[in-house]
Write a protein that binds this ligand. Structure first.
Ligand SMILES: Nc1nc2c(ncn2[C@@H]2O[C@H](COP(=O)(O)OP(=O)(O)O)[C@@H](O)[C@H]2O)c(=O)[nH]1
Ligand SMILES: [Mg+2]
Length: 295
């Protein structure tokens, strides 16, 4: 898994390579820490999070020399990334997961990835195409459903997304599925409408199944770097997000964004997307991720 992750993160690893040189530069500790701060910012970690990391290393690493710095950085990153509880556990009973995020971020693809993964874990899965804004969005999920042989509940063009969610929940209950994944729309320019649409979908699901949706995953595109954080802030107006599905880590050098996201949003990253196929999904694990970046 780690080998695979390293390969997928090749471009981000390139961005983190500069750090290696720093630790071996023979410079004084304070100089290294200054260079380290610069390198982290260049690697898309973000200024506030970088400041925190450097400050913490300075404090914990005490008067130590340059030797311990690399390990101190690793420890710091792992502890920062595992501060939020990352486990994804909708269940053991029947569970509903909503996928939210802006258009193009990877919601539909990530829904398919999760569906395939859950089915491989022995779950009976059903999908709801609650992005009724564009016919193409629905078709895309229908195609994934056919490919994976997983049923998809759809509505007419322009149908109320909440009514699609309602139909899906009814089928889900009647046919005793284990997991319902709800794909939603993401047109950010009508943000207020979108947020109330998402609230309505959530309310209907909660009314039909107490305790649901058990998870609401915010799908964010890692390749837009720090902008993912601004985007996420807009979505945090919609309450109840339980974690992040961070996509497109395969093609980007901006994987450092992961660190800023977890720190600034105080939300766990639950999954990462590392490609366009349904198999390109990994459960996020802090230790493995940091090892893949820094070794
Ligand atoms: N390289 C890569 N591409 C991805 C990943 N996730 C999604 N995509 C691509 O991003 C584009 C938008 O994805 P889509 O699921 O339609 O986004 P949505 O509008 O949020 O539903 C598609 O071309 C996907 O194939 C990923 O993890 N890696
Ligand atoms: Mg979509």
């Amino acid at each position: 898994m780690l080998g695979n992750l390293k390969e997928k993160l090749a471009k981000t690893r390139q961005a983190f390579k500069k750090l290696e040189g720093l630790f071996q530069s023979g410079k004084r500790r304070d100089e290294i820490l200054e260079d380290l701060a610069e390198a982290l910012i260049l690697a898309d970690v973000g200024v506030p999070t970088t400041d925190k990391i450097i400050e913490s290393i300075r404090r914990k690493n005490g008067k130590g020399g340059a030797e311990g710095l690399k390990d101190a950085l690793k420890d710091e990153l792992v502890s920062l990334l595992s501060r939020q509880s990352p486990s994804f556990a909708p269940g053991p009973g029947p569970a509903v997961v909503m996928m939210v995020g802006v258009n193009g971020g990877g919601k539909t693809t990530s829904t398919a990835k999760l569906a395939r993964k859950a089915r491989a874990d022995g779950k009976k899965v059903i999908l709801a195409a609650a992005d009724t804004f564009r016919a193409a969005a629905r078709e895309q999920l229908v195609i994934w459903g056919e490919r994976l042989d997983i049923p998809v509940i759809t509505g007419q063009d322009g149908a109320d997304p909440a009514s699609v969610a309602f139909d899906a929940v009814r089928s889900f209950k009647a046919r005793k599925f284990d997991l319902l994944l709800v794909d939603t729309a993401g047109r950010i320019h009508t943000n207020a409408n979108l947020m109330s649409e998402l609230e309505k979908i959530k309310r209907i699901i909660a009314r039909e199944i107490p305790g649901a949706p058990q998870e609401i995953l915010l799908v964010l595109d890692a390749s837009i770097g720090q902008n993912a954080i601004f985007q996420a802030r807009e979505f945090l107006k919609f309450s109840g997000i339980t974690g992040i599905f961070l996509t497109k880590l395969d093609g980007t050098a901006r994987g450092g964004t992961v660190i800023g996201i977890v720190d600034e949003l105080s939300l766990p990253i639950k999954f990462i997307g590392v490609g366009e196929s349904d198999e390109d999904i990994l459960e996020f694990e802090a230790g493995g991720f940091v090892d893949a970046l820094l070794s």
